[in-house]
Design a protein around this ligand. Structure first.
Ligand code: MN3
Length: 201
């Protein structure tokens, strides 16, 4: 059985960038719904249900066709949101330090140039989806609850949820204001740790 991880901070801790109301709705309703539906889809599939969610998403061909879309959408929703909560922190913001900070600047020219490109991907994504920074430091957009894991791609270091449920209560239709505010709560220490771990593999 998959379960929703607790937040590592209070629901209201990310305000004013992300409100307590959004965090309660997003974590306790949306994420819970993905996990409930994932568990329902995998009922009677003991071997698949015992795998970790990354393994499931990387090997969707192993999942019977009758439940593959449910596992893709709800397993994706579970993985994506589990990462999203961890990427955020009330002590976030600033710029990445260490190897990640240096390598991002080498690749994109500057930290600002990197965020501009990432923001452009978030604003041009039509409908619901995610924007990722992968362990290869590529910026990738995915529709729905997909991620680079599905295409055998590099594991995401950082993901931005641009579904309207992630921001509409606070920002209405102003996705650009949400994206700008979101950087203030990104935990670069956590993201750098994921980068260092990926490099060590
Ligand atoms: Mn969401």
């Amino acid at each position: 059985m998959f379960t929703v991880p607790e937040l590592g901070y209070e629901y209201g801790a990310l305000a004013p960038h992300i409100s307590e109301d959004i965090m309660r709705l997003h974590h306790d309703k949306h994420h819970v719904a993905y996990v409930t539906k994932l568990n329902a889809a995998l009922e009677g599939q003991d071997e698949l249900a015992s795998r970790d969610v990354v393994d499931l998403l990387r090997h969707l061909d192993d999942v019977p066709e009758s439940i593959r879309t449910a596992v893709r959408n709800n397993g994706g929703g579970h993985y994506n949101h589990s990462l999203f909560w961890q990427v955020l922190s009330p002590n976030g913001g600033g710029q990445p330090q260490g190897t990640l900070g240096e390598t991002l600047i080498q690749k994109y020219g500057s930290y600002e140039a990197f965020t501009e490109k990432f923001n452009a991907a978030a604003l041009s994504l039509f409908g619901s989806g995610w924007v990722w920074l992968t362990s290869e430091l590529e910026i990738v957009s995915s529709p729905n609850q997909d991620s680079p894991l599905l295409d055998g791609g590099a594991e995401p270091l950082l993901g931005l949820d641009v579904w309207e449920h992630a921001y509409y209560l606070d920002y209405k239709n102003k996705r650009d204001d949400y994206v700008a505010a979101w950087w203030n709560v990104v935990d670069w220490g956590f993201v750098s740790g994921r980068y260092d771990a990926a490099q060590a593999e």
